[in-house]
Design a protein around this ligand. Structure first.
Ligand code: UTP
Length: 228
């Protein structure tokens, strides 16, 4: 199966912890050994937020802050690359064509961010679209997609399964609420909608959840394209 995994920086590197990164590498290596083709995109997590906040205080503009964010995603990506040894390309891959080449030749491309203006969710979705992935896994710090932001409303209900159109609607309404956190960014949901990809959004704080998503035994939310 062709699988792209987006690992949030908040789950891979909540703090810099080699043991934690090893856990994710072990799951990816097992999937690689099982014959799956893999691409991975790593987020910036708390490191990105810390740097971005400091640079905002220093008067940086939004593009500068985004570029700082991209740099931290690549820093985190390098940790995963170190743990994956020779299975991964030796440096974070910075553009999708190169990632596709590596993917096609059986190496694991590990990307961070690319350019200002979106997040690694969108990078991962574009990579999945480019390699025509069978599955895109978003390993996030939330349990899946809820009808309303669970951080703001105790009555929030998790979707077991939803269409990309429903995901766009849910994320749009969450993004409009100040201080809310969408499980996946809006651009990624739009790319998902146009691509017809199958995706899973799950709590990735335990690395084994990624393997569960590939096996189809996960506890998150399936995003399944509508029948044409
Ligand atoms: P993340 O992809 O890590 O954001 O990018 P996130 O999804 O909010 O965080 P985690 O990792 O899942 O916890 C961090 C920041 O880097 C910039 C944006 O400013 C983003 O908020 N970024 C990232 C870009 O500008 N372009 C990219 O391609 C990726």
């Amino acid at each position: 199966m062709k699988v792209v995994v987006s690992i949030g920086g908040s789950v891979l590197v909540p703090t810099v912890d080699a043991g934690r990164v090893t856990g994710y590498a072990a799951v990816l290596e097992k999937l690689d050994d099982a014959g799956h083709d893999l691409g991975v995109v790593v987020g910036g997590g708390p490191t990105a937020r810390e740097y971005i906040e400091a640079a905002r205080d220093l008067g940086g503009n939004e593009v500068e802050l985004d570029e700082l964010g991209v740099a931290t995603t690549r820093l985190n990506a390098r940790l995963l690359i170190a743990a994956l040894d020779d299975r991964a390309a030796p440096a974070p891959v910075t553009e999708h064509n190169r990632a596709k080449e590596l993917f096609t030749h059986g190496d694991i491309p590990v990307m961070g961010g690319t350019v200002a203006g979106h997040t690694t969710d969108a990078v991962a979705t574009a990579l999945a679209e480019h390699v025509d992935a069978d599955l895109l896994v978003f390993a996030t710090s939330v349990a899946g997609v809820f009808d309303v932001d669970p951080g703001q409303d105790d009555a929030a209900t998790k979707f077991e399964s939803m269409t990309p159109g429903e995901l766009v609607d849910v994320v749009s309404s969450i993004e409009l609420a100040a201080g809310s956190n969408a499980p996946v960014d809006l651009l990624a949901t739009k790319l998902l909608q146009r691509s017809g990809l199958r995706a899973v959004v799950l709590d990735g704080t335990e690395p084994a959840a990624i393997a569960d998503a590939v096996d189809g035994t996960h506890d998150g939310t399936d995003v399944v394209p509508e029948e044409p």
